[in-house]
Ligand binder design. Sequence first.
Ligand code: SF4
Length: 359
Amino acid sequence: MEKINTKDDKMVIGIPRAMSFYNNYPFYYGFFTDLGIKIILSDITTKQTMSKGSSLVVTETCLPIKVFIGHVLNLIEKGVDKIFVPSIQSIAPKIYNCSKIRGLPDLVRNVVKKDFTIIEATLDKSEKNQGLYEFLTEIASYYGITDIERIKKASKAGWRTYNNFHIMSKSGMSYKKSMNYALQGKVFIENENKEFPISIALISHGYNIFDERTSMKVFDKLEAMDVRVYSSLRLSTEQMEDGIKTLGQDMYWANEYEMTGAAGHYLKDNKIDGIITITAFGCGPDSLMVERITRKAKHFNKPLLNLTIDEQTGEAGFITRLEAFVDMLFRKKRASIISKIDINNETSYIPNTNYIETK
Ligand code: SF4
């Protein structure tokens, strides 16, 4: 691991590659870069990241929080002494994050007993004077930046990178590619030329599915099985709000867009053959949301697979469950194609389903 010493460099911030990083990094990148603050990211998640993070918290803590702690430790080991740990309480009036996300700076302070500065700020849109500008001003104040016009300009740069990222991911471009182009200030639209016989919607939080170690590269694995994978990143806010209504509930949790919003949308979408939810063991909000999704999936007659992950989840068992589910979807699709063939009409077109049978 390359060692750096940021003690003498005041304009540096360490960002853990975990939690809100997966949804908000394009914004953070644009914002901090415009302010002239150099970003140092923690290394990608490994087994050690998980085990080091797990060793500092109680067993029942959910995997994403253990991973976050592991990334904080990684930054400290690299020599970074200013680490960004936001407290994102609520993203809209009366729409809250779970208590672990809300109390993240306190949790880190209590379990990581090392010499470093937590760059913390609170975003709470349910309270007066704790909106985005207050949040950004609080962060900038650690660097002696108080000029509100400068902060607003940096915020615009953040939104530009964030919006570019979303334009590309909505077009079907992979998470990694969209992120790389957005950080370079580029925008491309990807054409989906390749045909996939099966489409699946993957329902989870960004930190569970875009972290390749935590998710065990689930996108690559499904694509290797000839499955096109859809996630919440393909949807607009309106589509997700409509999805939440489909599940017949008002939004309460901040990350419901990613879970019930996306699930509600894809349950109604005929091109989607099945739904996979991935949740972290010990996550209270997700278990409630998955319960609702499961009930509605029965109503829409959509096959559903629930996968729970923790640091002990073995890759072999994970792949077996994916394969069994995909196999079932192929069989179901084949049966539905055959049932549409009119056997009394000799001129009926019989589609080639060999590719399905070989699965
Ligand atoms: S929403 Fe669930 S998985 Fe995410 S931090 Fe909270 S408890 Fe953990």
